[in-house]
Design a protein around this ligand. Structure first.
Ligand SMILES: Nc1ncnc2c1ncn2[C@@H]1O[C@H](COP(=O)(O)OP(=O)(O)OP(=O)(O)O)[C@@H](O)[C@H]1O
Length: 254
């Protein structure tokens, strides 16, 4: 008799995963193997930082996992969806409806108010805002009195907090943050990182962040280290000291 192997329960499946992911830019003598067989999973309701030396493939990995770039081979899985097999039309829909983005440069629309910026992805997806979640995000990000302001009337820290609210307002399966504190002073940066960490703890949000800053990575539950397009380390409950030490070891071994 054949034994049926039960499928893994949904909650145990990684929110996002790369399976033997390869990305080659260009061809022939000038080809660059930016990802060289990366296999890694990012659990639900966990805050993971991706770190590694410049050129190690951090942005490429994030872009492939977010459907912003296509891998050469392997799988980029969001829930059960392999993004490497989807059309541009489907990828646009996936990015709009299932992923939240926070970029270093905020990327707010200058002609819209903070509130309009926060609600724009929901509007584009034809979905109604969850007013309770909206209220919670705005209040805990300290934006209540800033909702009618345009980005030019906000500080960098406030603009990034609007971008964070925008990323979370649709309850996406994952928030990808690319150097979210890169343009912020240390206090504003800490506010954004604390909020991201709380959104994982309190809202069960999954967050994957690329950063160069060991201090920022220490807010995460886990740090995945890349070197030369491969996974080169994995730290649970990282501290500033353990992250700095791991990065130092990578630099020495290069
Ligand atoms: N569009 C592209 N065309 C050709 N090569 C590219 C392209 N984008 C990235 N690369 C190369 O792929 C490799 C990985 O780049 P990637 O930007 O993913 O690294 P990174 O770890 O994010 O670097 P950094 O920390 O400097 O931002 C590098 O060698 C880079 O030069």
């Amino acid at each position: 008799m054949q034994t049926q192997i039960p499928a893994p329960p949904q909650e145990r499946m990684a929110a996002v995963a790369a399976v033997d992911l390869v990305k080659v830019y260009g061809s022939g003598d000038t080809a660059v193997r930016a990802l060289d067989g990366v296999t890694v999973g990012f659990d639900r309701a966990q805050f993971t930082a991706i770190m590694g030396p410049s050129g190690s493939g951090k942005s490429t990995l994030m872009h492939c996992l977010a459907g912003l770039d296509t891998a050469t081979s392997g799988q980029a899985l969001l829930g059960g969806t392999d993004l490497t097999r989807q059309s541009d039309r489907v990828l646009t829909k996936v990015r709009r409806e299932r992923i939240g983005f926070v970029f270093q440069s905020f990327n707010l629309l200058p002609q819209l108010t903070a509130e309009q910026n926060i609600l724009l992805p929901l509007e584009l997806a034809g979905r109604k805002a969850d007013r309770h979640l909206f209220g919670h995000l705005v209040e805990s990000l300290g934006l209540t009195s800033r909702l009618s302001h345009r980005p030019s009337e906000l500080s960098g820290g406030q603009q990034q907090r609007v971008a964070v609210a925008r990323a979370l307002a649709s309850r996406p399966e994952v928030v990808f943050a690319d150097e979210p504190t890169g343009n912020l002073d240390s206090r504003s940066g800490a506010e954004v990182l604390l909020f991201l960490r709380n959104s994982v703890r309190e809202l069960g949000q999954t967050v994957v962040m690329v950063t160069h800053d060991p201090g920022a990575a220490a807010y995460a539950d886990r740090v995945v280290l890349l070197a030369d397009g491969r996974v080169a380390g994995d730290l649970d409950q990282p501290s500033l000291a353990s992250v700095a030490e791991a990065l130092q070891a990578l630099a020495v071994n290069r």
